[in-house]
Design a binder for this molecule. Structure first.
Ligand code: NDP
Length: 295
């Protein structure tokens, strides 16, 4: 099966690695060409000169870019993906995108006989390396069935959430929950630290109690208490995700003050900590404001 992968970033790269072997014949394109050349040398796959060339190679084209803004950029123009997609091909967008843009893209491609599935992922870089990502799909069942062999290469739980845009919407709400968990755990542990309670003791108790979450069980022990703060998923991307969630809730007519507040706080933290900070480093912003370190 001829597959192209566009966007060899922190998560795109390990996802693409699973496609760099039979039964797939892979071609890759990345904005920074050194990365695609290094990938191609490591895995003996083809490098596409342009996004359009990547699309010409692939019966199935996978994209994994920061947001729907970059997806549109890479689709457009003489060298864009849209210019190379042929009738009968399928575009899978693994970007955590926004549902409205995905619907508009799907509509435009449908007129040319090209299928579209939004298929954002969860599970982090470790999950991508292990091939155990959760993939949330939006699109017609037959298109998702066609996408499945590709999605199964890097995903373990692959779920059709609804029509195009539903995958993006579920992903955005998952990210809103993650943001709320991170921020609220940071506030709770900063408060306890001020009271003189050791954070590892507090986490031990919370993780045996009803307030526990993936954030308290994994992210804090591995990244905050150790002060390791590995940069695997940018704060800028979580900021983008929560803003998408707030927009979806607003357009759905749902009053969502928690999500709105999370969007505002993550935008502030992103602004303060910069584009390269990891999402868990939002804790540093809480620590700075509280004048205490959670460790
Ligand atoms: P990165 O920032 O690490 O990588 C982004 C990729 O997009 C790079 O290949 C980059 O190219 C490319 N890119 C950026 N801007 C443009 C542009 N204007 N035109 C063309 N290419 C561009 O992001 P991630 O890999 O972490 O995330 C990708 C998507 O996956 C996001 O939507 C994110 O929210 C989602 N995600 C990420 C997870 C993670 O753990 N990292 C987990 C789950 C979902 P270049 O190399 O040139 O910079």
């Amino acid at each position: 099966m001829r597959v192209s992968f566009v966007g060899l970033g922190a998560i795109g790269c390990p996802m693409a690695e699973h496609l760099a072997k039979p039964p797939f014949s892979l071609s890759v394109w990345n904005r920074t060409p050194e990365k695609s050349r290094a990938f191609a040398l490591r895995h003996r796959v083809a490098v596409a000169a342009t996004p359009a060339d990547a699309a010409r190679h692939g019966e199935i084209v996978v994209m994994c870019l920061p947001s729907s803004v970059e997806v549109l950029e890479v689709l457009e123009g003489d060298d864009g993906i849209a210019a190379g997609l042929s009738h009968g091909s399928l575009l899978i967008d693994c970007t955590s995108g926004d549902p409205d843009t995905s619907r508009a893209i799907a509509e435009r491609l449908r007129g040319r006989g090209v299928g579209f599935v939004d298929a954002p992922v969860s599970g982090g870089v470790k999950g991508a390396e292990a091939g155990t990502l959760t993939v949330m799909c939006g699109g017609g069942q037959s298109l998702i069935d066609r996408a499945r062999p590709v999605l199964e290469a890097f995903g373990k739980k692959i779920v059709r959430c609804g029509d195009v845009g539903a995958g993006d919407a579920v992903k955005a709400m998952n990210q809103a929950l993650l943001a709320v968990h991170i921020w609220s755990a940071g506030e709770c542990l900063a408060t306890l630290a001020k009271l003189g309670v050791d954070s590892s003791v507090a986490l031990d108790v919370i993780n045996g109690s009803s307030g526990r979450s993936n954030t308290s069980e994994n992210l804090f022990p591995e990244r905050v208490l150790t002060r390791a703060f590995p940069r695997t998923f940018k704060l800028a991307l979580l900021d983008k995700d929560v803003a998408i969630a707030a927009g979806i809730a607003s357009r759905a007519g749902v009053s969502a003050p928690f999500i709105d507040l999370a969007a505002r706080l993550f935008a502030e933290a992103h602004d303060s900590l910069g584009d390269e900070a990891d999402h868990v480093e939002a804790i540093r912003y809480i620590e700075n404001q509280a004048g205490v370190q959670v460790s």
